[in-house]
Design a protein around this ligand. Structure first.
Ligand code: GDP
Ligand code: MG
Length: 380
C-alpha cells in the first residue's frame, strides 16, 4: 500500500532533517507499506527546501513540493492533489514537522486503515490523548474546535478537528471530495477537510495522541507573536463554520420544499383520480400518495441529497423500495396520532392537527430516516 506522508514546513530548517530521518526509520520498520515523503514547503527563506532537496538526491522516496507561501490551507490542498495525482498515494498522512505530534504513531493510524476505517485522527481529545497547550491555546482551541467546529458547524464525527496529523484513505474517500471546496488559508483547513470527508464516509476513528512541545524553532501561525495571522485565522474559522451551518440548514430547507411539492402533487393527483377519473376511493388515495412518494424520492435524490446521490438502476430500485418503507412509517405515525388526537380533542380540530403532526413528527422522522437510512453516507 502506497502511503504518502505530507510534511508541512515554513522556516523549519532545524526540524526537517530529523523529521525526514524519522520517516525513513518508519519506512524501514514497516516494510509492508511503501512510503513516500512529500514536503510541502512555503518557499521558506531559511532554506528548509535546500535540506529537502539534499535528502531527495539520496532517497528517491523523498519529494519537495515548493510553492509561494499561500498559507497552510492552500498549500496542504495542493499537496493532497500532488500526492494523489503524481505519487499515486493510497493513503495520505499529513503531519507537522516540529515533532509536536509523534510521527511514530503513524503505524497505529495505518493499522486502523487496515481495519477498514477511512479517516483516522491523531486525537488529543480522546482518553489517553492530550496536549500541553498554554492557557491561550486552550482558550482558542476551545472556541475554534469545541464551540465553532463541534457545536456551531455540527461536525460531530470526531472530537479533535484542529490537528494536522491524520491518515486518510484515498480511494473512495479523499478522491471523492471536492478539494476545490476547501477554500481555506489557515488552520481551519483541517476542520473543513473533516467536514467534506464526512459527506462521503462515516468511518472515522480517533487514536489518542499527545501534542507536546516544539522540538526547535518558532511557531509560525498561531500564537500571540503573530497577531495579524492569528486574527485572520480566527475570522476564517468563524466564517467557515458559519458557511457549514448554513449549508446544513439549506439542506433542511430543500427537504422542506421537496416535501411541500410532494404535498401539492398528492393533492392535485388525488383530485384527478377521484374527481376526474372517478376511480375508487382507496385507489385514488393510494395512487396519489405514491405519486408524492415518487416525487419526493426523485427530487430529494437529485437536489437535497445531491452529494450522496444514489446511482445505478438496481441500487435506485432497492432504495426506492426502502423509501416506500419509511414513507409507510410516516403514514403510520400520521394515522395513529391523527386518530388519537381527533379522539381526545374532537373532530373540529382535525384540520389543525394535521399540520402539527406533519411539522413536529413527520418532518423530523422523515429527515432522520433520509439522512440516516436512505441517503446514508457511502459505506464500504
Ligand atoms: N507549507 C507551509 N507550512 C506551514 C505554514 N505555516 C505553518 N506551517 C507548518 O505547519 C505546521 C504547524 O505550524 P505551527 O506554527 O507549529 O503551528 P502549531 O503547531 O499549531 O502551533 C508546522 O510544521 C509548520 O512548519 C505555511 O504557511 N506553509
Ligand atoms: Mg507546531
Amino acid at each position: 500500500m502506497k502511503v504518502v506522508a505530507i510534511i508541512m514546513t515554513y522556516n523549519e530548517r532545524e526540524n526537517i532533517g530529523p523529521m525526514l530521518e524519522a520517516w525513513l526509520k518508519i519506512a524501514r520498520e514497516n516494510p509492508k507499506y511503501s512510503f513516500e515523503v512529500l514536503v510541502a514547503d512555503g518557499n521558506s527563506p531559511d532554506g528548509t527546501g535546500e535540506v529537502v532537496k539534499k535528502y531527495g538526491e539520496e532517497h528517491d522516496n523523498i519529494h519537495l513540493l515548493s510553492s509561494q507561501r499561500l498559507g497552510m490551507g492552500k498549500e496542504l490542498i495542493n499537496a493532497y492533489r500532488y500526492a494523489m495525482d503524481k505519487l499515486g498515494a493510497e493513503v495520505v498522512i499529513p503531519i507537522d514537522v516540529d515533532f509536536q505530534f509523534d510521527p511514530f504513531l503513524a503505524p497505529k493510524l495505518l493499522a486502523k486503515i487496515g481495519e477498514g476505517y477511512d479517516v483516522i485522527i491523531a486525537s488529543r481529545k480522546v482518553p489517553g490523548g492530550g496536549s500541553d497547550f498554554n492557557w491561550f491555546r486552550k482558550l482558542t482551541n476551545f472556541v475554534s474546535d469545541t464551540l465553532l467546529a463541534y457545536y456551531w458547524a455540527g461536525i460531530k464525527e470526531v472530537k479533535d478537528h484542529a490537528g494536522l496529523f491524520k491518515a486518510i484513505r484515498v480511494r473512495g474517500v479523499l478522491d471523492k471530495i471536492d478539494l476545490g471546496n476547501i477554500d481555506v488559508v489557515g488552520f481551519s483547513v483541517n476542520m473543513k477537510t473533516i467536514y467534506e470527508l464526512s459527506k462521503v464516509t462515516d468511518k472515522f476513528y480517533e487514536v489518542p495522541a499527545f501534542f507536546g512541545k516544539r522540538r526547535a524553532g518558532q511557531e509560525t501561525t498561531v500564537g500571540l507573536k503573530s497577531m495579524k495571522w492569528f486574527i485572520k485565522y480566527v475570522f476564517e474559522a468563524i466564517s467557515q463554520t458559519t458557511r457549514i451551518r448554513l449549508e446544513r440548514s439549506q439542506r433542511f430547507f430543500k427537504f422542506a420544499v421537496v416535501g411541500f411539492i410532494g404535498y401539492l402533487i398528492n393533492a392535485s393527483t388525488l383530485y384527478l383520480f377521484a374527481n376526474v377519473f372517478k376511480l375508487a376511493e382507496w385507489l385514488s388515495w393510494g395512487l396519489s400518495t405514491e405519486m408524492a412518494i415518487i416525487s419526493n424520492f426523485t427530487l430529494n435524490n437529485l437536489w437535497t441529497f445531491r452529494v450522496e446521490k444514489i446511482k445505478g438502476v438496481s441500487n435506485l430500485f432497492k432504495k426506492f423500495l426502502q423509501f416506500n418503507g419509511t414513507s409507510a412509517g410516516a403514514l403510520l405515525i400520521q394515522t395513529v396520532v391523527g386518530t388519537l388526537g381527533t379522539f381526545f380533542f374532537g373532530a373540529q380540530y382535525r384540520q389543525l392537527l394535521l399540520p402539527f403532526i406533519i411539522v413536529f413528527l413527520v418532518l423530523p422522522y422523515n429527515y432522520f430516516m433520509y439522512t440516516n437510512v436512505i441517503w446514508r453516507k457511502a459505506k464500504k
